[in-house]
Write a protein that binds this ligand. Sequence first.
Ligand code: PLP
Length: 392
Amino acid sequence: MSALFGTYARSDLAFVRGEGMRLFTADGTSYLDFNSGIGVNALGHHDAHVVEALKAQADRVWHVSNIFTIPEAERLAERLCAVTFADRVFFTNSGAEALECAIKTARRFFFDRGEPERYDIIAFSGSFHGRTLGTIAAGGNPAYLEGFGPPMPGFKHTRPGDLAAVEALVDKNTAAILIEPVQGEGGVTAMSTDYLKGLRTLCDKHGMLLILDEVQCGMGRTGRLFAHEWAGIVPDIMAIAKAIGGGFPLGACLATEAVAKCMVPGTHGSTYGGNPMACAVGNAVMDRVLAPGFLEHAEEMGRLLGWHLQQLAQRFPDLVVETRGKGLIAGIKITPPVRDFVARLRDRRLLAVAAGDNVLRLLPPLIVTEKDIEEAVGIIGDALEAHAGNAG
Ligand SMILES: *Cc1c(COP(=O)(O)O)cnc(C)c1O
């Protein structure tokens, strides 16, 4: 029996090495990785530039404290601001902490303006924002809230896609709207451009803040650096994590100056957040993602993966209900139980992820090639065919 908490239905599979799109077990068996540690390893495994940056930083200094100036963090923050709407960044170790910072910043913004009663945030069913007490309340998934005492107050939920339903929830206590431009964990649901534009307009109309959770869909996964760019809108606050560290724990909360200026000394903090090791890696990841052609490649591969998934849907109309997602955060809603299906794919040496609503989620590293996509889709097709054969 494992000495770890039983919080995961773990597979016995253990990997000892990774290279590019592949992971290897101790006996040398190779797996094609369309999971990326759940959207983290955007550069695949063992990226030479990132490994070099980590090793070099390990020889300089690992950790100081945020009471000192951390040049690697200053540089990464400046770079993030240069390529986004943001003017200020708070670094964290995880996505949930980035969301916690986003939620606190939104509440504090209104407190600072003499409107402390404005702390309600409108969030959405099917969303996922992390596993802290605050972020399970924000996510609102009953399965994740059960047994953990009263949920933190200050969140209202509605179904995504209906602007009138959102506006109906707005009252004098509403501070912000919080949404994933592409819901990941909940079922790989991409919000439409019109809907995201509509949410921005609603926020402007009611003096609310728009908070985007791009922890999973950001950092190039949709083929743009951030998913909201497709809609031509900007948020006031954005949480990112996962791919920004490429596998090293790193997250960030980004905000405009107008919003971030309420977060003065004493309002928030983190011992590790933005430490030299994490930010050295973050900068190396940024070098790679911002290099000419990188995002264009991710966009092209995303389109290709989407096309192949549509072909699968046509080939297996009884097993594939619909295709979902945007770019390289892609999915198919299937009729066979998705967790079993992910295990069947694993037996065939393909790593994928289950998402809510019985969706098979594909999150390959952004360095994925046409050949990798054809191989993965071939394996999924074989597994669907085997399922159809067994069922028939
Ligand atoms: C993974 C995820 C989080 C939580 O990130 P952790 O690093 O696990 O805390 C939050 N929001 C979204 C959209 C995510 O995909």
